[in-house]
Design a protein around this ligand. Sequence first.
Ligand code: DAH
Length: 344
Amino acid sequence: MKERIEALLADVRGLVCKKEQEIEEARVRLLGKKGEITKLFEEFRTVDKEQKRLFGQALNALKQEAAQKIEELKAVAQSGASANGGSKEDLTAPGDDYPLGSRHPVSIAREEIVQIFRKFGYDVAEGPEVEDDWHVFEALNFPPEHPAREMQDTFFVTDNEQKNPILLRTHTSCVQVRCMETMKLPIRVVCPGRVFRNEAISARAHCIFHQVEGLYIDEGVTFADMKQAILLFAREMFGPQTQIRMRPSYFPFTEPSAEVDVSCNICHGKGCNICKGTGWLEILGCGMVDPNVLEASGIDSKKYSGFAFGMGVERIAMLKWQVKDLRHYFENDMRFLKEFETSI
Ligand code: DAH
């Protein structure tokens, strides 16, 4: 009996079966009703007492090991791996395919805007998202209580009754103030960044969004220079046929101020539902930096002049890719983000 137990143990340990059917056959051969191990148990009943003591344990161990081996082989077969020579890995299987992520459409648009201005010779500057009232409003010619502050509903971090409260910046125009305070003239800079406004979320507005601010200050900078810079930008961004038009507007920090529209890149001016039949799409606000703003940052407004402009990145991205609802940019729905996989 000893030899048979040992032979079966070697048999169990050497088992290599890959298909579930083969494993089942091995189980029946060993542990089935007429299986070899089952038969040994039957014979065991008839052996004398002394031999029982001798072989009982070994026989039980054999049965246990066989059952365990069968379970292991089944698990391997089910997980699809092959049990080759004790190693559970199939070294010939092809590697796992890890899909690459893609850049967010807002990042793609911001990068494109910044790159266009870099090409025109602009530097890039960033400033803090948590700002003080001076940089966001006061230095930009919004005195306290000025009604223009109502244009931008503000999230305050500290009590807004106190002097120079801390707040979340409502626009990136505050970075132009920091640039005027610290950079050597002439200044030619774009400032991309995230901004915050206390607004209800809808298809056209969000409480968090992105802007790119532009600023050019030198001796003798004129409105014509601004118009040309914006025209060149619009053609790089929306195509060489793009036209622009300027409408008079009001911003406290620029005088004169304008809002700029580009000819609709969908219908090319004929009128469609994207441009609401007008043939034009608004892309940014701009103007000649108000002398008060230059002086507030210590720049001699008799010697220097400049222009500034500010645009919403989500808005530019919506126009470029005809996305009709701003909220898509913030929901991180993979089906939406995957649309931009190739737009690197
Ligand atoms: N800061 C303005 C806004 O958030 C946009 C803007 C308008 C920026 C005119 C400018 C400018 O620099 O000249 O609505």
